[in-house]
Write a protein that binds this ligand. Sequence first.
Ligand code: ZN
Length: 277
Amino acid sequence: MNPKEHTDTSQLCIHTITTKPWKIEEAAKHFSAAGVKGITVWRDALEGRDIRQTGRMIRDYDLTIVSLCRGGFFANKDEKKRKSAIDDNVRAIDEAAELGTSMIVLVCGADQSQSLEESRKQIRDGIAEIIPYALSAGVKLAIEPLHPMYADSRSAINTIAQANDMAEELNSPCVGVAFDVYHLWWDPSMEKEIKRCGENENLLAFHICDWKVPTTDMLLDRGLMGEGCIPVKQIRAWVEAAGFTGFNEVEIFSTTYWQENQSDFLKKIIKAYKENS
Ligand code: ZN
C-alpha cells in the first residue's frame, strides 16, 4: 500500500550538493522561500566560512539542519591514513556541533588493495573509536550503505543488512543507519531489513532520488523522483511503517541538473517530491 501523498513541504529536506551551483547562503534563502523545511549540509559548502555563523544563518531561514555530509572513509591498508581518517571524523563531529546538527552521514570507505572483510573490520573499529566523542558531542553517526558498484573504493558496506549488523554490533545510542533509495532499491531483503532497522531504533535518515534508465554515469546521473525505476512511494511506506518520522532528503548528484537554472530545478524537485515520493 502506498502512503499518503505529501501535500506540503514540511518534511522535505534538500542536500546542498543537490543544488551545487548555489552557495549555501543562496540555497538556504531559496529553499526557505519555497517552503522547504530541512537542509543537509555538505562539508564543501562550508569552506571558508564561520561554521557557527553559517548555522545561525540557516536557522534564521527557519530551516532544520538535518545532517552534515559526510564523515567516514575508515578503510585503508595504511595505518597512518586510518589514523588521519579518525582525526577527520573527529573534526566532522566538531563541525556538526558548531553547525547545530545532531547527525553525520558516514560513507564508510573501501580499499581495493585489501579484502572487503578487512575493510569492514576497519570500518567497525573506526566507528567504535569515534563513538565516545560523538556521544559527548550529542552527534549521531548514520552508516550509509552504498550500492555495490562502489565496493571498490567508496564503501565496503553495501546492503542495509550489513549496516544493520554493524549498528547492532556497535550497539550505541549514537549509531544508526541512513537509508538511501538510490543505493538500496534493488535489494530483495529491503522490506524485511527496513523493519529490522526500525525495530532496533536504528533508522536515522531517508535519502531519495531516482535511478535513471539507462544511467549514463555511475555517480553524477541521479534522477528526480519519478524519472526512473525506484518505487520511492513504496519504500517510503515501509520506512514509515518502521516508525520513521524524519525528513525526506532529496540528494541528487547530476551534471545535467547542475547545468539548469537552479530555481527552475528547485520547482521540479518540489513537484517530484509531492507527486512521486
Ligand atoms: Zn545518500
